[in-house]
Design a protein around this ligand. Structure first.
Ligand SMILES: Cc1ncc(C[n+]2csc(CCOP(=O)(O)OP(=O)(O)O)c2C)c(N)n1
Ligand code: SF4
Length: 206
């Protein structure tokens, strides 16, 4: 059994679905029986990116929206490494959107896991690129004005050779399988994961 849990106890709110993504990564690493010397995880900034402290693997806790270019650099320098990205949709579909598009166009061999909770959660629940139009959030008291980004459709439009799937933390086995498939598929892989933010998601019902 490969144990990559660090000594730090996760600080996510009780019930946060980031715990599920964490468990799925642990499971996926065991299923593939990966050589830990060849695994690197690049984390974005946010609640999801805080996983950097809870996994004991080589990695970089990068900047908000800049996890994909960091991962691209690592992969270009060391093509023999398996490179994962873990971040929220605020970082990957918002500030880092152009990097997501560039990665998919290049079809570079990365697996990008997006904890998609439809909010900027670490900064206490502002609207994000996947907040449903009309939702009243802390930053959009009159309702979010923009239509939501649809990540799988977006990647398919950019490059049909890149792989993009949507899964939900309510079905953890599918999340694990998607991570395994992403690692095994030699190309650009987006795994968009419905992830409930138990603390701020109540706004999305408004
Ligand atoms: C360049 C930059 N812009 C903004 C911030 C402030 N910031 C930190 S986390 C965050 C939101 C994170 O939301 P998301 O990426 O969706 O991740 P989550 O916390 O929901 O997992 C923001 C705006 C920052 N740290 N750096
Ligand atoms: S604020 Fe939301 S996303 Fe962040 S740890 Fe708490 S429940 Fe999870």
């Amino acid at each position: 059994m490969i144990n990559i849990k660090s000594q730090n106890i996760p600080t996510w709110c009780p019930g946060c679905h980031d715990f599920i993504i964490y468990a799925c990564i642990l499971q996926a690493v065991n299923k593939i029986n990966i050589d830990l010397k060849k695994l690197v995880i690049v984390y974005d900034i946010g609640c999801s990116g805080n996983m950097a402290d809870f996994l004991k693997v080589f990695g970089v806790h990068s900047l908000h929206g800049r996890s994909i270019p960091t991962a691209v650099g690592i992969k270009l320098a060391r093509p023999d490494l398996t490179v994962l990205v873990v971040g929220g949709e605020g970082g990957i579909y918002g500030e880092g959107m152009s990097h997501l598009i560039a990665g998919a166009r290049l079809n570079i061999d990365l697996t990008v896991l997006v904890a998609n909770n439809q909010l900027y959660s670490l900064t206490t629940g502002q609207t994000s690129p996947t907040t449903p139009k009309g939702s009243k959030t802390k930053s959009t008291p009159k309702g979010a004005p923009s239509i939501e980004v649809e990540p799988v459709g977006l990647i398919n439009t950019i490059n049909m050779e890149a792989q993009a799937v949507h899964v939900t933390c309510l079905k953890p086995m599918e999340v694990t399988e998607a991570i395994v498939n992403g690692i095994e598929n030699k190309g650009f892989n987006l795994v968009d994961i419905d992830q409930l933010c138990v603390t701020y998601s109540k706004q999305l019902q408004s």
